[in-house]
Design a binder for this molecule. Structure first.
Ligand SMILES: [Zn+2]
Length: 374
């Protein structure tokens, strides 16, 4: 995998990520297909919305349908009928976020299967093996994701262990001759020295591309931006910088302003299922009765199937009575909104107009563009 930097504007960058014969234009956003499915959409539809790459969760797919079923199909691409690139996470984050954690030890993570309560064990090697069976184009190392409230001493201990896990992951990745790509994950909570310690350790092991984990886990926004301000310029220029689990459109713009290249998040799809939609004039709840009689498109600037074929009134009425079509139409719109957002960000960087784009974005949602406090 190679990353070609095309243009920078301040710290913001636009480039191309070459993965297994595919070109991913960055900054890019990956929708999340937890079980190998973007809920309510076919892969054909996801492609038509302009999705370049999507994320799938190793942990969930490991538990259901499991390795055997995936192997019967060949790999995850064939299982879900998706030829474009897939990034898989390592599984560690879900174990923490789903509170199924039993014990974390040097050898790996002992946890309870959330579906049946059975005890399971996930090691760095096992996570790499599962991601190999899935044949994900980008695999992630197993790491420990800790709460932002954790002490410096604990995080120091945790980052050291995550570095040893990263080393074991890389060793296993090479041993099984995986020809895809493996990213290291920078941890370290809100402590700059530990973030640097983590990055330095990964660079010394020979990782070429880096995810930033353990952010957007409840810490104040300015804390997250301070960490990005600090760590992004220290990541080698020719490496991909992937911010895990981010975020809302504002978070994406602010992170691009600090040098992030790729993102994943459940927000566009999860919000769609709750009737929360992103439009060029800001965020709306389509179930609000004020849309009941409005015979206009959801977003006149959007070219998606939903906006070109249905009215706000129709969307309001089918969402209020929880019709499945409502979720489908909402999901189509939100994914397209994110796709267009990334496209506009990319183009504005290339045309030296990124600040103007960000200024206009905030103006439309009646906010001032935040200052960059480097
Ligand atoms: Zn739309």
């Amino acid at each position: 995998m190679k990353y070609k930097l095309i243009k920078t504007r301040g710290y913001a960058r636009s480039g191309i990520m070459y993965i297994n014969n595919y070109k991913i234009k960055t900054p890019a956003f990956m929708p999340v297909g937890t079980y190998g499915v973007i809920k309510t959409l076919t892969t054909e539809e996801i492609k038509k919305l302009g999705t370049q790459i999507l994320l799938s969760n190793t942990f969930h797919i490991w538990l259901h349908p499991g390795n055997k079923i995936i192997k019967l199909h060949g790999d995850l691409h064939k299982y879900m009928n998706w030829n474009n690139p897939i990034l898989t996470d390592s599984g560690g984050f879900q174990i923490f976020s789903l509170k199924t954690l039993n014990k974390i030890k040097e050898e790996g993570i002992y946890f309870k299967n959330p579906n049946n309560g059975n005890k399971i064990f996930l090691s760095p090697e096992k996570s790499i093996n599962i991601q190999y069976f899935l044949n994900s184009d980008i695999a992630m190392v197993l790491d420990e994701c800790v709460s932002y409230l954790t002490s410096w001493n604990y995080i120091k201990h945790s980052v050291s262990m995550s570095l040893r896990w990263a080393k074991r992951s890389l060793k296993q990745f090479i041993k099984i001759k995986n020809k895809n790509n493996l990213f290291g994950i920078i941890q370290g909570g809100n402590y700059k020295d530990l973030r640097y310690f983590s990055l330095k350790g990964l660079i010394n092991m020979g990782f070429n591309n880096y995810a930033i984990g353990g952010l957007a886990v409840g810490e104040p926004k300015h804390t997250m931006y301070n960490i990005l301000n600090y760590i992004c310029p220290k990541i080698p220029e020719n490496s991909i910088r992937y911010l895990m689990g981010i975020g809302k459109p504002e978070d994406i713009i602010e992170s691009v302003r600090r040098g992030i290249d790729i993102f994943d998040c459940v927000i566009p799809t999860r919000h769609a299922r709750n009737g929360h939609l992103f439009t060029s004039n800001g965020f709306i709840n389509i179930k609000n009765s004020k849309y009941k009689n409005i015979i206009k498109p959801l977003d006149k600037y959007c070219d998606c199937y939903t906006c070109t074929n249905y009215t706000l009134s129709y969307l309001n009425n089918i969402n209020v009575c929880n019709e499945i079509l409502g979720v489908r139409l909402n999901t189509i719109h939100n994914i397209r909104y994110y796709k267009k957002l990334m496209l506009n960000i990319r183009n504005s960087i290339i045309l030296n107009k990124f600040e103007l784009f960000a200024y206009n974005f905030y103006k439309k949602i009646h906010k001032n563009i935040p200052k960059l406090n480097f």
